[in-house]
Design a protein around this ligand. Structure first.
Ligand code: 26Q
Length: 799
């Protein structure tokens, strides 16, 4: 059992500074007189990293000694962002590092921002995986994250004349100091070929194409380094590096062909694009990382000498959406073909090990792969899936194979002993809409685990002014026990506390204003309301509703400039999938509106629209602490949970939102009077869709909205050009996501917010109550729920 001695004793600043210089010289080969800031950043990171290895080894030893259960979180995405501040703060080294660098004439804050984001994810699902790793370590649950070490993370977004253009991201262009290459941990992964069956039915798969998976480990440090887990990412390598025969024949390019073929597998993260599914390389990536991860965890299991029948006592595997769904068939294959387990016993054993988390209600987003492709690439798995399909038809009447496709949701469902939704509402809708028949057959399988966010990153490390105030007020136990924030509640009627809360928010707004000025050329007033919508650009998330309301507000301001207007800055952040034309149109419209509105002499002191390019985790860390208003305005029934909604409310933003995803539970926790609700409910949305011409009716009923649509058509924001026929056609004709029916209520609610924001004291009180009541949304609570209800995993920490 690890002891508190794990918590390393802090070095002095002098000692720490010496260590940094030593690393600069010995590890980087740089003379301090000629080192760049980036060199200093690497030296600092290595010095911090030195203090991770002891508790890391200690955790690994304790896990082997305890013979308990390990959790394996399989995810194609880990949206980590930067690690340096996270690791430093968890080790308690922030003050020491800052002082040490000061002695060396360097600024900690200026150095840490030089680390490239690890953008190995698209959005919520990937960031959730990163928060979960943090909480698994903080709770001391032995766990591994398994994924792909993409050479290129999510594309970089630029705006060219307001239009999104994409560039390849290249985080590994700089040295990744947090990973350890494991050249000795490699597995062969096969594709294609054929299957031989013996007379007694035993199968042998003979794949034709093979690649090597090589492990890279990143330590995941929990709070106060009491526990450290591992994120193991796989990189693809060729089995033969180089075709010497081809080279000797004079075919110099062909000699490198095996190399480039294999490396393609871990080359790039696929952008979440529902319009562009079924890419063969994506399926190969899914199998590649599942195969390597399962082989690795089975090797670890066997090294401890257990009987294969006890696998589920030692191993819990969580599938993050259907992306790792091949884990079911692959585990069955390994159990049957390599460990001699009988087929039906193997299904049951695999199911005991596996859990599946669903993250979407959009039918078009549920993964399906053509049977032909699966059969061609993975003939043995295809045969297993066919058997699972028969079993499922017998037991439930629900097929896994349909219309020539493998339905990955159904496959995941039948292969998991628990299927979970990510908010209370989402879980009910999953039961009703996504897996109706399977749920009827297995009524206990679907459970809810509402998402959460790690307070270490999303409050402690990114919001120093507020964290300091909280700790001064209630002590610092909240960092690993977020529900202690309720102790703030009595203080919300204390004028001095409210002043300090407001000061913290104001400091964050000033910092953001300065950053937006320096990096995005935006001039904004820190005393204006900061109204923020940050998330992937998608029709169901309705950035369009927000920008239409912005135009309507601008019109009202110009119509009545003598009225009292509450100054607002509308801030947008987010990327559209490269192939998602409608989402890209919305981006262009927002940028066009910004260009028109921001320079209007009548309104520019009251209304600004800012859309900084390339929204990512590091940008979120700047925006979230500075928000007054959080936009969570998805069409009810479409956002599975949301997690940005939690981060913003935790940091003292009020929410304007629909009854969707976790908004419902956030509102229950913070109180209806501290949350701005508007819009149709999920049930009303479904009813409305059955009414003929509901969009046209809504537009005709709202002169404000009709005027806005007319202005867009007239080219008011596009130099007279009718640029947005796609958006306008969509809104008038079908408006599947009900932007038009929700517009009027949204507009009115925003005007109430204008009024309420002017009562600074009462607004701050509501903001403080949001912070005080959001403790339940810690990912520590979420992970404790998964551990008890799904994994049967225990904490290794005594206190
Ligand atoms: C699928 C096939 C091919 C290529 C890409 C994909 C793909 C990749 C990423 C599909 C979906 C995603 C990501 C989905 C996602 O982030 N969902 C969000 O998950 C969050 C965590 O549970 C929720 O809070 C959000 O509501 C949900 O939208």
């Amino acid at each position: 059992m690890p002891k508190d001695t794990l918590t390393p004793t802090l070095p002095t600043a002098a000692r720490f500074a010496d260590d940094i210089v030593t690393h600069l010289m010995s590890s980087l080969g740089k003379d301090p007189d000629h080192a760049s800031d980036n060199d200093w950043r690497v030296a600092l990171s290595l010095t911090v990293r030195d203090r991770v290895v002891d508790p890391w080894f200690e955790s690994t030893r304790a896990t082997y000694a305890a013979a308990g259960k390990r959790v394996y979180y399989l995810s194609l995405e880990f949206l980590i962002g930067r690690l340096i501040e996270d690791v430093t703060i968890n080790l308690g080294l922030e003050k020491v590092a800052t002082k040490a660098l000061k002695r060396l004439g360097k600024d900690y804050d200026a150095l840490v921002v030089l680390e490239a984001d690890a953008a190995l994810g698209n959005g919520g699902l990937g960031r959730l995986a990163a928060c979960f790793l943090d909480s698994l370590s903080t709770l001391g649950i032995p766990a591994y994250g398994y994924g792909i070490r993409y050479e290129h993370g999510l594309f970089e977004q630029h705006f060219r004349d307001g239009v999104q253009v994409e560039n390849a991201e290249a985080w590994l262009a700089q040295r990744n100091v947090w990973e350890f290459e494991r050249p000795e941990v490699t597995y062969e992964v096969g594709f294609g070929g054929h299957v031989d069956y013996t007379e007694d039915g035993a199968a042998t798969w003979h794949p034709t194409d093979k690649v090597i998976a090589k492990a890279y480990d990143t330590p995941v440090v929990g709070w106060q380094a009491k526990w450290v887990n591992t994120l193991r990412l796989w990189s693809a390598l060729p089995v033969v590096n180089f075709d010497l025969d081809a080279f000797n024949r004079g075919d110099h390019l062909g000699a490198s062909a095996p190399e480039s073929f294999a490396r393609t597998l871990s080359r790039v993260l696929y952008p979440d694009d529902t319009t562009d599914q079924g890419k063969e390389l994506r399926l190969k990536q899914e199998y590649f990382f599942v195969a390597a991860s399962l082989r690795d965890l089975l090797r670890r299991f066997q090294s401890e000498g257990y009987e294969i029948e006890t696998l589920a006592d030692h191993v819990a595997i969580q599938m993050n959406d259907t992306h790792p769904a091949l884990a079911g068939p692959e585990l069955i294959r390994l159990l049957v073909d390599e460990h001699g387990v009988a087929f039906d016993a193997a299904i049951d054993l695999a199911r005991e090990c596996l859990g599946y988390t669903n993250h979407t209600l959009l039918p078009e987003a549920l993964e399906r792969w053509s049977e032909g492709l699966v059969k061609h690439l993975l003939p043995r798995h295809y045969a297993i899936i066919c058997l699972l399909n028969l079993r499922s038809l017998e037991a439930t009447g629900t097929p896994i194979l349909e219309h020539g496709e493998v339905k990955m949701g159904e496959l995941s469902f039948v292969m998991a002993h628990r299927v979970n939704g990510v908010s209370a509402l989402h879980t009910e809708l999953v039961k009703e809409l996504v897996f109706h028949d399977l749920h009827a057959a297995y009524p206990d399988r679907i459970v809810n685990q509402t998402n959460g966010v790690t307070p270490r990153r999303w409050l402690l490390s990114t919001n120093a002014p507020l964290s300091t105030l909280i700790t001064k007020t209630i002590g610092d136990d909240w960092v690993a026990d977020l529900e202690q924030l309720t102790a703030l509640e009595p203080h919300v009627d204390n004028a001095a506390f409210l002043r300090n809360f407001d000061k913290a928010k104001r400091a964050n707004k000033v910092a953001l204003s300065n950053w937006l000025r320096d990096h995005h050329g935006a001039a904004i007033d820190p005393d204006a309301m900061f109204d923020i919508q940050i998330k992937r650009i998608h029709e169901y998330k309705r950035q369009l509703l927000n920008i239409l309301e912005t135009i309507a507000l601008w019109n009202d301001m110009r119509d009545t400039p003598t009225a009292t207007w509450t100054p607002r800055v509308k801030i947008f952040g987010g990327k559209a999938a490269p192939g998602y034309a409608m989402a890209k149109s919305v981006i262009r419209l927002i940028n066009d509106v910004a260009a028109t509105v921001n320079t209007d002499p009548v309104t520019r002191d009251w209304l600004q629209v800012v859309f900084p390019e390339n929204y990512n985790v590091s940008m979120a860390e700047r925006l979230i602490p500075a928000a007054d208003l959080s936009e969570q305005i998805s069409t009810a029934g479409k956002e599975a949970s949301g997690t940005g909604n939690m981060k913003l409310s935790l940091n003292g933003a009020l929410t304007i939102g629909t009854l969707d995803g976790a908004n419902v539970e956030i509102r229950d926790h913070v109180g209806a009077e501290n949350f701005y609700l508007f819009g149709l409910t999920a049930e009303q949305v479904r009813a409305r869709r059955t009414q003929p011409d509901y969009a046209r009716a809504a537009i005709e009923a709202s002169p404000r909205l009709k005027r806005v649509l007319g202005q867009i058509a007239d080219g008011v924001f596009s130099g007279g050009e009718n640029r947005y026929g796609d958006i306008l056609g969509m809104l008038w004709d079908h408006d599947y996501f009900l932007v038009t029916p929700d517009f009027a209520d949204y507009f009115e609610t925003q005007r109430q917010i204008d009024v309420d924001y002017r009562d600074r004291k009462d607004w701050t009180r509501k903001a403080a109550l949001n912070t005080a009541r959001m403790g339940w949304f810690s990912s520590d609570r979420t992970i404790a729920g998964y551990a008890s209800d799904i994994w049967g995993a225990k904490s290794m920490l005594t206190n």
